[in-house]
Design a protein around this ligand. Structure first.
Ligand code: ADP
Ligand code: GLC
Length: 477
């Protein structure tokens, strides 16, 4: 079976978050099930560099953006297609916006073009390429199933929602430029609250919809999580399922991680002490007996970072230290930078994006704090599990599905893997941090938590099989 996976990001070529990790890992996870995946990405410079520059197809004018070409390459040992559309993707700035952080004003056209190209390829309009399934990830790719539907293509499609908060909503005036027939302008087409909704269009048109955890699939039926799409999700409930993300053990294994000064396994956890010293050094933290909490995250409201900012004084009073790596909302960045100034030696903050440092933090800090208000899946808690960096998480979405709370019974039964808390509030998080400090002080229990987490299997085995079964089900109907 051949699958065309289309997304705006894929590790290691272009990444701003977990979407990239998942899109980058899926092709390998699917090979054992006899599925060959080709990944289509926007031709940003790093993606173009992974191609041999040979064009297999060209468009004279792709959705009003001028000439575009399709180039072949490789990503993680699997086929890559890069959409080389210079007017759209060769820009000085970020994938989604300029250096000031403002979205590119033509994002609607850039990602409609990506989707249009995906649909052309998946419906057999590109010589030499054929696919059984088009798998579109998030709003940036979600128009692709709509193009298939209105082009009457028989190719089956799947949309995966990695985050329903990002929907790709644009004004009605763009409709005329999307190259869709007039009939698509309807409530069961692409129209969404008077404008055009890309994710909405994909959810409506796809043969199957997945979310990245079972709990999130249920949560988005409720208005506080569905963000306006809960009605459509309910309407399509028979076609919606949740498949939890895995992690790529070739990249995230403490035994082989080159970003770690000391590599270790669950039997050699004492070696983590070397990495902890490295974390202290990197973040100018004073040595101490208490735990080092870490954060590796977008600094946003979704991630509950405002709540953590309210807890830093107590975190220090409890004897904890904080090593934070992240970037995001300017106000939150500033709040944490100021906290680090107030508590030199106890709080260290690195604003930015640094892949190797994220590995060091997982391999050297004691616990990773993830107080998300909603979390479709979350990967950093899974990396934390694999690295013995105990996750402290809000009970939502994929965090609820992947972490077993360390109540006394669960610790004693040797099944607990982290600390969960219910309400994302200052009190809720403080309670969880206190519990973590108490557990940390009990060395035997803490070691047990670390070991149980490291034993938990969140590699792609089961989830790869679930995607394979989903694809097969679509082809056989
Ligand atoms: P989301 O995709 O919602 O941001 P996930 O937990 O699914 O959250 O994935 C986040 C990914 O981005 C992880 O691979 C994490 O390690 C990485 N990441 C987040 N912030 C940073 C950062 N500042 N530096 C390096 N990696 C980061
Ligand atoms: C999104 C979600 C995150 C998920 C990631 C990969 O960015 O916010 O929870 O882990 O996608 O699926």
């Amino acid at each position: 079976m051949k699958v065309l996976s289309v997304a705006s990001e894929a590790y290691p070529l272009v990444k701003t978050g977990g979407l990239a990790d998942v899109v980058g890992a899926l092709p390998q996870a699917l090979t054992t099930h006899g599925i060959a995946t080709t990944t289509l990405l926007p031709g940003v410079p790093a993606v173009l560099n992974a191609t041999a520059g040979r064009a297999v197809h060209s468009w004279r004018d792709l959705l009003g953006g001028g000439p575009a070409r399709l180039l072949c390459g490789e990503i993680g040992g699997h086929p890559l297609l890069a959409l080389d559309a210079p007017a759209f993707f060769e820009r000085d700035g970020g994938l989604y916006g300029d250096r000031s952080g403002a979205d590119w004003p033509d994002n609607w056209r850039r990602f409609a073009a990506l989707a249009r190209a995906a649909a052309d390829i998946a419906s057999g309009n590109v010589k030499g390429l054929s696919f059984d399934i088009l798998h579109a990830h998030d709003w940036q790719a979600a128009l692709a199933p709509a193009y298939l539907r209105y082009g009457a293509s028989p190719t089956k499609s799947v949309v995966t929602i990695h985050n329903i908060a990002f929907q790709g909503r644009f004004g009605r005036e763009i409709f005329a430029d999307l190259g869709l027939p007039q009939e698509a302008w309807s409530i069961d087409g692409v129209e969404y609250y008077g404008g055009v909704g890309y994710l909405k269009a994909g959810l409506q048109a796809a043969d199957a919809v997945t979310t990245v955890s079972p709990t999130y699939a249920q949560e988005i039926l409720r208005p506080e999580f569905g963000m306006g799409l809960e009605g459509l999700i309910a309407q399509r409930a028979k076609s919606v399922s949740g498949i939890v993300n895995g992690i790529d053990r070739a990249i995230w294994s403490p035994e082989h991680d080159v970003a770690l000064p000391a590599r270790y396994s669950s039997r050699t956890l004492a070696r983590r002490a070397t990495n902890k010293r490295a974390v202290e050094h990197e973040f100018s933290l004073e040595p101490g007996d208490g735990p080092i909490f870490t954060v590796v995250s977008r600094l946003t409201w979704q991630k509950g970072m405002d709540v953590l900012a309210e807890c830093v004084d107590e975190l220090v009073q409890m004897g904890g230290r904080l090593a934070m790596l992240g970037s995001g909302d300017a106000g939150l960045e500033e709040a944490f930078v100021r906290a680090a100034e107030r508590y030199p030696g106890r709080i260290g903050v690195r604003i930015g994006y640094d892949e190797p440092l994220s590995h060091l933090l997982q391999g050297g800090a004691d616990a990773i704090v993830i107080p998300s208000r909603f979390e479709p899946c979350g990967l950093t808690q899974l990396y934390g599990l694999a690295y013995g960096c105990v996750p402290i998480v809000a009970r939502t979405g994929g965090l609820a599905d992947t972490i077993i709370d360390a109540n006394i019974a669960a610790v004693d039964a040797q099944v607990a893997t982290g600390v969960q808390f219910g309400e994302v509030s200052r009190d809720g998080l403080l309670h969880a941090l206190r519990r973590a400090c108490e557990l940390y002080a009990d060395r035997a229990r803490w070691l047990c938590l670390q070991r149980c987490g490291m034993k938990a299997d969140f590699s792609w085995g089961r989830s790869g099989a679930a995607y394979a079964a989903l694809y097969r089900g679509l082809i056989n109907t």
